[in-house]
Design a protein around this ligand. Structure first.
Ligand code: ARG
Length: 456
C-alpha cells in the first residue's frame, strides 16, 4: 500500500486498515469537481512553464480519461487513499505514468480540498436557489388565487383578526425569498479561489491564480493563504442558510399539520402526500409536513456541528476540517428534498375555503375593527378598546357573536355608534387594510406580483 500513498516516503510501516477506514473522507462523489480543479491547475502550470507543456497536455488528456472512468462507474473506492484527491492522482498515474507526478506541483491537498469544498458549496447554493424559486413561484400563484379568500389569522394560536389565505401563504414566500438571498450571499463569499495557497504559506512558483479562477468561474482569488486553507466559514454560512430555510419550512409544515386536523378542518391532504395508520383505518396523516418539521432538527444540528468543529482549531489546516463535507452533505440532504416535495405538495392541498371563511368571522375577530370604527368617530383608541371589550363581555355572556348583539347594546356602550357598525364584516375588515404590506385583497395581489418580479 505504501507506494500508493502520496506521502509514503518517510514511512516505513503500512497503515492499519482500521486507521484507513477511520480517516477516510466523505468526498467520493465529488470527482467531477476535483478533476475540473486539477485540469485548470495543470493548464496553468503548463502555460506558466512551471511544468513542461507536453506533460501538462498529457495530464489534461489523462484526467479526461479518469473522468470517463468515474462517469461510467469503473472506479473502485479505496479507503486507504483517504480522499478523492489522492484517488484522482493515483488513477492518473495508471493512465499516463510518471508525468502524473507533476500535477501536484505548487499545490497541497489543503488548498485543493478548500477549492473542492468551495465548488461544492457554490453548486449547492445554486440548486437551493433554484429550488426556492420554484416554491416561491408556487406560493405566488396560490397567493394570487386566494387573495380574497378569508381565513382566521392567529396570534398565540388564538383567533385574532381575519386575513386572507393568500396573505398567509405569501408570508412564507417572503421568508423563502430572504432564504434565497442568503444562499446567493453565501455563494458570493464562497466563490473565491483558494488554490495557490499551498499547504498554508503560498507556493514558490509564478502561478497565474487569476487564470485558474477565471477557468473555474471564481470571482476572485484569496488574499491570505492561511485563511484560505484554514477557514470553513462558507460551510457554516451554507449550513446556516439551510437551517433557517428548514426552520421556515418547519413553521409552514406546522400550519399544514394543524390545518389538516379535524379541529381546524382547513385543508384536505392530497392522498399522494399523506400516509395512513397501521391500526386506525380512518387515519390520514400529514407525515410529509411532520418530517419536514422534524428534519429542522437535523438542519440545525449540521450548523451547530460545523461551528463546533471549527471552534478552537489552531491555525491553519487541521484534519478536523475533513468533517466539513459531512455538514455540507447533511444540510443539503435535508433542505433540497424538502423544497422539492413542498413544491409538489403545496399546490395539491385542497383548501376548505367555506370553512375558513366561516371561522374567520368567529370568536369576536372583528372587535378591533369595531374599536377602529369608534376611533374614526373621534374616540382615542385606548378608550375604544375598553368600550369594545365591554361589548365582547356582553356577547360572551349571551353566547353570541358581536354582530348578533342588538344595536341597543352598542348604543348603550357609546353614543358614537350608529347602526352601520353592524355592517362591519370579514370582507370589509380585509378590504380596509389596504396599505402596503396589509392583507387587503388588492395589496395581496400587488405583493404577489412584486415578489414574482423579484425572484425573476
Ligand atoms: N482529506 C483531507 C480533507 O478532506 C484533505 C487532505 C488534507 N491534508 C492532509 N495532510 N491530510 O480535508
Amino acid at each position: 500500500m505504501t507506494e500508493q500513498r502520496t506521502w509514503g516516503g518517510r514511512f516505513e510501516g503500512g497503515m492499519e486498515q482500521l486507521t484507513a477506514d477511520y480517516t477516510a473522507g466523505m468526498d467520493r462523489d465529488f470527482w467531477a469537481h476535483d478533476i475540473a480543479g486539477s485540469v485548470a491547475h495543470a493548464r496553468m502550470l503548463g502555460k506558466q512553464g512551471i511544468i513542461p507543456a507536453d506533460e501538462a497536455g498529457a495530464i489534461v488528456a489523462g484526467l479526461a480519461h479518469v473522468l470517463q472512468d468515474f462517469r461510467e462507474g469503473r472506479v473502485t473506492w479505496r479507503p486507504e487513499l483517504e480522499d478523492i484527491h489522492t484517488h484522482v492522482e493515483v488513477l492518473l498515474r495508471e493512465k499516463i505514468g510518471d508525468a502524473a507526478g507533476r500535477l501536484h506541483t505548487a499545490r497541497s491537498r489543503n488548498d485543493q480540498v478548500a477549492l473542492l469544498n468551495r465548488m461544492v458549496v457554490r453548486e449547492a447554493c445554486d440548486i437551493a436557489s433554484d429550488s426556492l424559486r420554484a416554491l416561491i413561484l408556487v406560493l405566488c400563484d396560490l397567493g394570487e388565487r386566494h387573495a380574497a379568500d378569508p381565513m382566521p389569522g392567529y396570534t398565540h394560536v388564538q383567533r385574532a383578526q381575519p386575513v386572507t389565505l393568500g396573505h398567509h401563504l405569501l408570508a412564507y414566500a417572503e421568508m423563502l425569498a430572504r432564504d434565497r438571498e442568503r444562499f446567493a450571499d453565501c455563494r458570493k463569499r464562497a466563490n473565491v479561489l483558494p488554490l495557490g495557497s499551498g499547504a498554508l504559506a503560498g507556493a514558490p512558483y509564478p502561478l497565474d491564480r487569476e487564470m485558474v479562477a477565471a477557468e473555474l468561474g471564481f470571482e476572485g482569488i484569496s488574499r491570505n493563504s492561511m485563511d484560505a486553507t484554514a477557514d470553513r466559514d462558507f460551510v457554516a454560512e451554507f449550513a446556516s442558510a439551510c437551517a433557517i430555510t428548514q426552520v421556515h419550512i418547519s413553521r409552514f409544515a406546522e400550519d399544514i399539520v394543524l390545518w389538516a386536523s379535524a379541529e381546524y378542518g382547513f385543508v384536505t391532504l392530497p392522498d399522494g402526500f399523506a400516509t395512513g395508520s397501521s391500526i386506525m383505518p380512518q387515519k390520514k396523516n400529514a407525515d410529509v409536513a411532520e418530517l419536514a418539521r422534524g428534519r429542522a432538527g437535523r438542519a440545525i444540528g449540521e450548523l451547530v456541528g460545523i461551528l463546533t468543529t471549527m471552534k478552537g482549531l489552531p491555525m491553519s489546516y487541521d484534519r478536523d476540517l475533513q468533517e466539513d463535507k459531512a455538514y455540507i452533505l447533511g444540510a443539503s440532504n435535508v433542505v433540497l428534498p424538502t423544497l422539492r416535495i413542498f413544491t409538489a405538495m403545496v399546490p395539491a392541498l385542497a383548501f376548505n375555503l367555506e370553512r375558513m371563511r366561516q371561522v374567520a368571522g368567529l370568536s369576536f375577530s372583528l372587535a378591533t375593527d369595531i374599536a377602529d370604527y369608534l376611533v374614526q368617530r373621534g374616540m382615542p383608541f385606548r378608550e375604544a378598546h375598553g368600550v369594545v371589550g365591554g361589548l365582547v363581555r356582553e356577547a360572551e355572556s349571551r353566547h353570541c357573536e358581536l354582530n348578533e348583539l342588538p344595536f341597543e347594546a352598542y348604543a348603550a356602550a357609546s353614543p358614537l355608534f350608529a347602526r352601520e357598525v353592524l355592517k362591519i364584516t370579514v370582507d370589509s375588515a380585509l378590504a380596509a387594510r389596504d396599505i402596503p404590506g396589509g392583507t387587503a385583497p388588492r395589496q395581496v395581489r400587488l405583493a404577489a406580483a412584486a415578489l414574482r418580479a423579484a425572484v425573476g
